[in-house]
Design a protein around this ligand. Structure first.
Ligand code: ADP
Ligand code: MG
Length: 731
């Protein structure tokens, strides 16, 4: 083992679980203690101010300036009581992380000394020189101002000693520079559209919330190994490294017992999460060694999005205390599973009904079917945009790699619901009116859904968009992604679909003089037929599906720049602009930013890979080759020709092998650098991204192949980087 690896391993061997001070009270006693929730608002705000904020939360209206000062001072008083000294607007720029700029509460007082100050305007809006955030051309540096504005639907919280105020982030002329602005718009839009459709079934519904429960996968790796792998700490994934003889093939990690060290880390970040009101619920070992998953109970989507961002930050912070690093990259290690996020998504009415949960009566089940079929229809219509919403450098290594759904968007609903939809399609006649008998028979069948679904346990893990009993689960989201990105698309597409549905049903009722239920059934039938191609119940990982999908005309875009083209298709711009979610400039900006991020990440990876190969691997290989050459020379000196030939056989062969690998690596690196230079000269962002994808990154695999071969040849004592078997197994 090389000195550097030996030292790292020595450190790791000495590790013991870090002691965590477990709270002596029940979780419910401290859950949300660092959140300025409605209970604390009531305590710290005047009645009028409190009611104003509640209204802002429920109806999305602006906080009245009149009350802003009161809210600010109440919030400040609470935060200072909790030990806060600073405040920040906390937002989700398009970098994918969260941003914050801290300001101290105190200000010089007129009569000397200082006072703690925090005015309404500091709460409601802030101007930040945000010229370094990606804007995709929406903001020139000379008008670099960006504005953050409080989003009262997500409560403020104290983290460390800072009061964090969740905000949206927009440019000078109001264009969105973040994920939250379009997310909130899409949530309002689907609320309205879904409420309108619910009115067919239940007049008491006046609000529909989107619920989101995400599942977060991640890897843990000891910090000593992390710090000795430049590829890991600069790109988040290993660019070289031969597979470990044993990794996940025995499936002995999945749901296995957690080690004390890992358990102590999980406990620690869960406590922190609880204080911030994140309702963490499950944790377990995942398939790959050192891979884990955690998930909270689902929440209103806007809050769930904030909580996922908070949790990712928190995990990374807490991990350091435990001498771990959290890897959120989608594919940190070659040859074993990567990490994703599952977005469990549903709709919940103010009357407490989950619209994707079959009910007890034919009426509620017709409502269920209405939503189910509209969602399928929306996914069918905007599959390419959904695909674009999860396009991200790391995710590309995972999709379609037999561990995550392929790049083909399809919907799984299970055998029973498929049967139900097929029957509806057969039995609903859209030319003649149904007889009362036909109607009541059909309704009776629709009413039977709950029985069927209760024991509907078939779970298709290979589908990107699967119905799982009372929700849809979008499984192709990347582990490091901001979960808002696919939610914006899904909400908007479904809302738009629901609006069309309502229009069609109303028109049918008018023109055909039929009852509401029959009109609904007819439109549903039509949608079932139109969107049949998006439904797939089989093995999404199979080659047959790829071929079948092609026959059906479904797209299968395995390229990042390619998939991002959907952001500017006329279908997308119509959907997003007409519904006031994102205009064309904003969409264009998002595309630019994604292309640029992809290009830069690939560029960084190419540079690191070149560096590792040329400055670490090749010198190591040559050193070993020299040792062999010395050995051969010695043998030749001492032994007679015949005997020498026999004795030096292995060494000579190895010397040549090393030489071949070394030369191939060198050639590939030089060519890759050359391609990089060419790509960098391209002016158009799209061309550049394509060049990085098609030309530059095509050298990654050959370079890796030969370095991994060398890893198996070169003396273990000389190998400079921690190996897979070390990183993945020592905890
Ligand atoms: P699995 O791994 O089997 O999919 P998990 O328990 O890990 O199941 O995750 C299920 C997730 O789905 C949880 O976050 C849970 O809160 C969420 N979920 C359950 N019901 C709903 C719902 N109605 N809307 C949104 N998310 C939901
Ligand atoms: Mg799941």
């Amino acid at each position: 083992m090389s000195t550097i690896r030996f030292k790292a391993t020595e450190e790791v061997m000495k590790r013991t679980p870090v002691h965590v001070d477990l709270p002596s009270v029940k979780t419910s006693r401290y859950f949300g203690e660092d959140v300025f929730d409605t209970q604390k608002m009531q305590e710290y705000l005047s009645r009028e101010a409190y009611e104003n904020v509640l209204q802002a939360i429920d109806q999305g209206v602006k906080i009245d300036r009149k009350y802003a000062n009161q809210v600010a001072s109440g919030m400040k008083a609470w935060a200072v009581d909790r030990g806060a000294t600073h405040y920040t607007h906390w937002f989700h720029p398009l970098t994918g992380t969260t941003a914050e700029k801290h300001d101290a509460f105190f200000e010089p007082a007129e009569n000397g000394g200082i006072i703690e100050n925090f005015q309404g305007e500091m709460l409601v809006q802030q101007e930040s020189d945000a010229s370094s955030f990606p804007s995709g051309g929406l903001r020139n540096t000379f008008e670099a101002r960006g504005y953050t504005a409080w989003d009262p639907s997500s409560p403020a919280f104290v983290y460390g000693r800072t009061l964090c105020i969740p905000t949206i982030f927009v440019s000078y002329n109001g264009e969105a520079l973040d994920y939250k602005t379009p997310l909130i718009k899409s949530l309002n839009y689907i609320d309205k559209a879904a409420t309108d459709v619910c009115q067919y079934f239940d007049k008491s519904v006046n609000k529909v919330n989107i619920t989101l429960g995400w599942e977060q996968e991640y890897f843990l790796i000891d910090e000593s190994y992390y710090n000795t792998r430049p590829d890991l700490y600069l790109t988040g994934r290993t660019l070289i490294g031969h597979a470990s003889a044993k990794d996940q093939q025995l499936s002995d990690h999945y749901f296995g017992a957690l080690t004390d060290r890992v358990k102590s880390f999980m406990r620690d970040f869960e406590i922190e999460a609880y204080k911030l009101g994140v309702p963490m619920k499950t944790r377990h070992n995942e398939v790959a060694p050192n891979q884990f998953e955690c998930a909270p109970r689902f929440e209103e989507a806007n809050l769930a999005v904030d909580h996922n961002q908070m949790l990712m930050t928190l995990m990374q912070k807490v991990a350091k205390k435990h001498h771990f690093r959290v890897l959120l990259h989608e594919k940190p290690f070659k040859g074993i599973n990567g990490s994703g996020k599952h977005n469990n998504w549903s709709l919940l009415t103010n009357t407490g009904v989950n619209l994707l949960s079959p009910g007890k009566t034919p009426k509620s089940n017709l409502q269920f079917l209405t939503f189910l079929v509209n969602i399928i229809r929306a996914v069918y219509e905007h599959a390419d945009l959904l695909r674009a919403s999860i396009a991200f450098t790391g995710n590309e290594h995972r999709l379609g790699a037999n561990e995550a759904p392929p790049s083909i968007i399809s919907v799984f609903i299970g055998a029973q619901l498929t049967k139900m939809l097929n029957e509806l399609e057969q039995r609903v006649d859209d030319t003649t009116k149904m007889t009362p008998e036909e109607k009541s028979e059909l309704k009776l069948d629709i009413g039977k859904i709950p029985e069927i679904l209760l024991d509907n346990t078939d779970r298709n893990r290979t589908s990107p968009f699967a119905f799982t009993g009372n929700r849809f689960e979008f499984r192709a989201v990347g582990s490091s992604a901001n979960v808002a990105s696919p939610m914006i698309v899904l909400n908007t597409a479904v809302a738009n679909q629901l609006n069309s549905f309502k229009k069609e049903v109303d028109e049918l009722i008018q023109s055909e003089n039929i009852k509401k239920d029959e009109a609904i059934l007819r439109v549903i039938k039509q949608y079932i037929i139109e969107s049949r191609d998006i439904r797939f119940e089989g093995d999404g990982y199979s080659q047959e599906w790829i071929e079948e999908a092609k026959r059906r005309g479904l797209t299968n875009i395995g390229s990042i720049p390619g998939s991002l083209e959907a952001l500017l298709s006329s279908k997308t711009t119509d959907l997003m602009r007409t519904n006031n979610i994102l205009n064309e400039r904003e969409l264009k900006a998002r595309q630019e930013i994604s292309l640029e991020t992809y290009t830069k990440r690939t560029q960084i990876e190419a540079r690191i890979l070149g560096d590792l190969a040329m400055n670490h691997i090749l010198p190591t290989a040559l050193k070993y080759q020299n040792q062999l050459l010395d050995n051969v020379r010695g043998l030749k000196e001492i032994y007679p020709e015949e005997q020498y030939k026999v004795m030096a056989h292995h060494q000579l062969d190895t010397i040549e092998k090393i030489g071949r690998h070394v030369n191939t690596i060198r050639e590939n690196v030089l060519e890759m650098i050359n391609e990089r230079k060419k790509a960098n000269k391209l002016g158009n962002m799209g061309d550049k991204a394509y060049a990085y994808e098609k030309q530059v990154s095509s050298y990654f695999e050959p370079i890796r192949y030969h370095t991994d071969k060398l890893e198996m040849i070169v003396d273990d004592e000389l190998w400079p980087f921690p190996k897979y078997r070390e990183m993945l197994f020592t905890r």
